[in-house]
Design a protein around this ligand. Structure first.
Ligand code: Z5A
Length: 225
């Protein structure tokens, strides 16, 4: 039985990591199939090196600042490695994988944020993923001003977090367009809500979606507690 790829998307500070970890803990208490977590960039050894190249704030001050198309290709390389080395083998074993960011991030950040050709990015995503799409995507939608305020309180911002507000607003608009194009796969959550309320909402959705997919014989009964 093939597994399930569940992705958490949104701007910085939207609460993706918080909700992904909470959902993983809950699912592990409910299911007998492996529940794994991963992220992009950085889900593999190569990915961790690409992640530090992509997000290291020192790049910003260098003359050889990363060009938008180079950035796009680095994210694609990270994804290709992640899909081949981690996602596909584990999904083939029937795992449920919760992933912090996937293909929609590239469309939102490099397509809408950097204003690179969206159709070209769709083609690149298809190459990098070999056709592996998310089964379900939670989009934590938040005003970028609030998201950036949350992460500023956390500490020094990374290279992308230092982009101007209108960049983050374009990214959010990108997620909006994607959610309209994929209403079955992408579920919008109002990320201004309290973390506990969001957690409950996500559980309810997972309960419905996964009960439809998972075979009773190897899953315990998903419950709301
Ligand atoms: N990127 C790209 O451009 N193209 C691509 O293809 C891909 C990625 C795959 C990855 O950085 C960067 O790469 C990202 C996009 C780009 N841009 N940046 N920067 P990352 O993985 O380091 O950063 P992130 O994904 O944006 O994560 P984040 O900044 O940590 O945000 P988050 O995971 O959504 O939020 P969080 O860590 O769960 O919470 C942030 C803070 O808010 C924290 O203090 C929480 O306690 C607090 N929080 C969480 N939930 C709430 C609620 N509900 N209310 C109040 N406060 C909350």
């Amino acid at each position: 039985m093939a597994g399930q790829l569940i992705v958490f998307e949104g701007i910085e500070g939207a609460g993706k990591t918080t909700q992904l970890q909470r959902a993983a803990t809950w699912l592990r208490s409910q299911l007998t199939v492996p529940v794994l977590t991963s992220r992009e960039p950085g889900g593999t050894l190569l990915g961790q090196q690409l992640r530090s190249l992509l997000l290291d704030v020192r790049q910003q001050d260098e003359q050889d600042e990363i060009a938008p198309r180079s950035e796009l290709l680095l994210y694609a390389a990270d994804r290709a490695q992640h899909v081949e080395q981690y996602l596909k083998p584990n999904l083939a074993q029937g795992a449920i994988i919760l992933c912090d960011r996937y293909t929609d991030s590239t469309l939102a950040y490099q397509g809408y944020g950097r204003q690179l050709d969206v159709e070209l990015i769709q083609q690149l995503n298809a190459i990098a993923t070999g056709g592996l799409t998310a089964n379900l995507t939670f989009w934590l939608d938040l005003d970028p001003e609030i998201g950036l305020q949350r992460i500023t309180e956390r500490g020094a911002p990374n290279r992308l977090e230092r982009e101007a507000l209108d960049f983050h607003q374009r990214v959010r608009a990108g997620y909006m367009a994607l959610a309209q194009d994929h209403p079955q796969r992408i579920i919008r959550l109002d990320a201004i809500a309290a973390a506990d309320d969001l957690e409950r909402e996500i559980r309810t959705i997972l309960q419905t979606r996964l009960s439809e997919k998972l075979c009773e014989s190897f899953s315990k009964k998903l419950s709301n507690n």
